[in-house]
Write a protein that binds this ligand. Structure first.
Ligand code: B12
Ligand code: SF4
Length: 568
């Protein structure tokens, strides 16, 4: 095989997770990934699409999914076998800190001359520390839009040109760390190329389905993503994707939107390849009412049949609900009120009432919304154990009020890390947070601790680490009880979930007892590896409770074939 211009690899959270005891409990229960966070950034697709359109040869290898798919898959052997001129590894989400740096080290073991570039939110935040302490990383490409800067880096490397003029790049020069200005910050997302068929063609070219899968269960729960925005107009205190954080860390003073026409085209193109839900990232009303209306009417013109999942950052009215319903065949909604307590919600950066929340749910469900998911969180400013109990009670009220109407509240902890770069991380005392880690090195130490309690990089004045763990397991049991009572889950599922929560809680206590003796590794911890692995998934609910669609990957095959034939 001719040499690749760029190999993009996505690591698991911890490279040797298969050998370690890590009770990661509920940290990924409410997202498609398993606790190793195998989902790669959507940006891999836009980077690959952009470079492919310029004639470069790019391959994506999801190392995490391949490790999950087969015990025999050896990442080191895979890395050794690939010939690439540049290797890119994402350190977008902080939980991948150990996995990303270890994968970079493995690349250098087999290919000492091949340069390694890290990118993503967390790499951008810690760029100088990465380059000053980790010799096997050569570059960090900063910012939320790296498609073009990466192309410039590849051109410079391949032609031997100096790197001083590559925007957004942090690199080593004259034994020091050189930080090129962060100047590539596009004002719109209209130049971003998203070739939804590219992944399929790459699967065929490299004969590697698992390596391109966004997450382990994608074949049974396929989903596509359309991105409306980079940046955000809101300022939730714990979020590194907030308006303040984008300004300080990624140089973005206002969000960049994809035009409504192109966004609707993205959704329509995605459905040519994938029969399953299409998740539209970002509240489509962020750019204004007109933007949302235009997008919805364009979507109507495309006669999209896939289920469309939209996000609401603030309450919506009946007019909007009806507009959505008129524009698409099927739709679902996701909203994160975080807590039932309006004072806590305000401290978290969201200032709407429960009354407006319930009116929104009612309007959406009346308009035909397939499911309305509401996400609640543990670890918020001002939130006490009693307040968490109150949220569970509020969920009971919601279930009763919306009985039979497809409203699903979920609760999970803010875990494992408070986002570096978010306002609470930057000014912890002001928001009532205490940090256990602030540098990259601190996070590296936490990442491999044997249970999620010790991985947490924070606690709050109102909820210690232990209290977050206790509140998580007891609210999980509470929610499960309510779902059983209202008949939302079967007795069998309810029993299974309750047993798992109790077992995970017991195991967490056993790990506490060992760590309390002053050791976080060794024989006693190792003996718990299998149990920890078994209890790290679907802790507070069955993961399938979040599935949007009943379509499996095989339902997409005729579409993929049709689209590939049409493209010839
Ligand atoms: C949509 C979204 C998701 C989607 C995933 C979409 C996806 N596959 O990318 C879902 C809901 C599944 C999700 C899950 C999680 N998310 Co999220 N997510 C977002 C959100 C709302 C927007 C996503 C976004 O990343 N934008 C698009 C652009 C900016 O990124 P991108 O195109 O993917 O990548 C570009 C650059 O980042 C960069 N880049 C990225 N990777 C690489 C690699 C290389 C080599 C290079 C050069 C460049 C590069 O170049 C790309 C192209 O220009 C943000 C909040 C926000 N306002 O931004 C949070 C956010 C990114 N998520 C966050 C977190 C914490 C998580 C979870 C860990 C939460 C959890 N505990 O479950 C999980 C991890 C999932 C996993 N890997 O398995 C934090 C990250 C903070 C941090 N520093 O760690 C954010 C900032 C805010 C938040 N708290 O939600 N998330
Ligand atoms: S959590 Fe808040 S600040 Fe962060 S992306 Fe969502 S709405 Fe924006």
């Amino acid at each position: 095989m001719a040499s690749l211009d760029l190999l993009l690899m996505h690591p698991p959270n911890v490279m040797d997770f298969r050998k370690r005891t890590m009770l990661l409990g509920p940290i990924s229960d409410l997202i498609p990934s398993t606790p190793v966070f195998e989902m790669y950034p959507i940006g891999f697709t836009t980077i690959a699409s952009h470079l492919d359109s310029k004639g470069y040869r790019v391959r994506i290898a999801n190392i995490a999914t391949r490790m999950l798919a087969s015990k025999r898959f050896d990442p080191s052997r895979f890395v050794k076998s690939v010939d690439a001129k540049l290797v890119g590894i994402d350190l977008h989400w902080m939980p991948h800190v150990q996995g990303a740096l270890e994968l970079a080290r493995i690349v250098k073991v087999h290919h000492p001359e091949t340069p390694v570039v890290l990118g993503g939110f967390s790499a951008s935040y810690y760029h100088e520390e990465i380059l000053s302490k980790h010799p096997y990383v050569d570059f960090v490409m900063r910012g939320d839009s790296t498609e073009k800067p990466l192309e410039m880096l590849i051109q410079a490397l391949q032609s031997g040109r100096p790197l001083d003029s590559v925007p957004n790049l942090t690199w080593r020069k004259d034994k020091g760390v050189k930080v090129n200005p962060l100047t590539h910050i596009p004002e719109t997302l209209d130049e971003v190329v998203i070739d939804y068929g590219l992944m399929i063609r790459k699967v065929l070219r490299y004969g590697d389905l698992e390596g391109h899968l966004p997450y382990r269960n994608w074949k049974s729960n396929p989903m596509s993503i359309a991105v409306s925005v980079r940046g955000c107009t809101h300022n939730c205190v714990n979020c590194a994707g907030s308006c303040d954080s984008f300004a300080v860390n990624f140089g973005r003073s206002k969000p960049a939107f994809r035009s409504p026409k192109l966004l609707a085209e993205d959704v329509a193109t995605a459905e040519q390849y994938v029969k399953g839900a299409t998740f539209v990232v970002g509240d489509i009303r962020q750019a204004g009412k007109q933007y949302a209306s235009k997008f919805l009417s364009e979507l109507g013109n495309h006669k999209v049949r896939n289920e469309i999942v939209i996000e609401l950052f603030t309450p919506a009215d009946r007019e909007f609900a009806d507009q959505v319903a008129k524009s698409v065949d099927r739709f679902s909604v996701q909203m994160s009120p975080e807590t039932h307590d309006e004072v806590v919600r305000r401290a978290q950066g969201k200032s709407y009432t429960n009354e407006s929340l319930e009116r929104t749910a009612e309007a959406m469900l009346d308009a035909g919304c397939g499911r309305f998911d509401m996400f609640y969180m543990i670890g918020l400013p001002l939130q006490t154990p009693e307040s968490v109990k109150g949220t569970v009670e509020y969920a009971r009220k919601l279930y009763t009020k919306f009985k039979g109407k497809r409203l699903f509240p979920f609760i999970s902890p803010l875990a494992p890390f408070l986002d570096p770069g978010g306002n609470a991380f930057e000014s912890p005392e002001m928001h009532g947070f205490r940090l256990f880690a602030s540098t990259l090195e601190d996070h590296l130490k936490l990442a491999t601790m044997p249970s999620w309690k010790y991985v947490l990089n924070y606690e709050t004045v109102w909820l210690t680490r232990s209290a977050i763990v206790e509140a998580t397991y007891s609210s999980g049991l509470g929610m499960n009880r309510i779902k059983r009572e209202v008949g939302l889950i079967t007795e069998e599922v309810a029993d299974r979930t309750a047993n798992r929560i109790v077992a995970a809680h017991e195991l967490s206590n056993r790990i506490d007892a060992i760590v309390g003796k002053g050791t976080a590794s060794g024989g006693e911890i190792e003996a718990l590896r299998e149990a920890a692995m078994d209890l790290s998934e679907s802790t507070v609910c069955e993961k399938t409770e979040l599935d949007w669609t009943e379509d499996t990957f095989w339902a997409s095959v005729p579409r993929i074939m049709g689209a590939l034939v049409r493209r010839r």
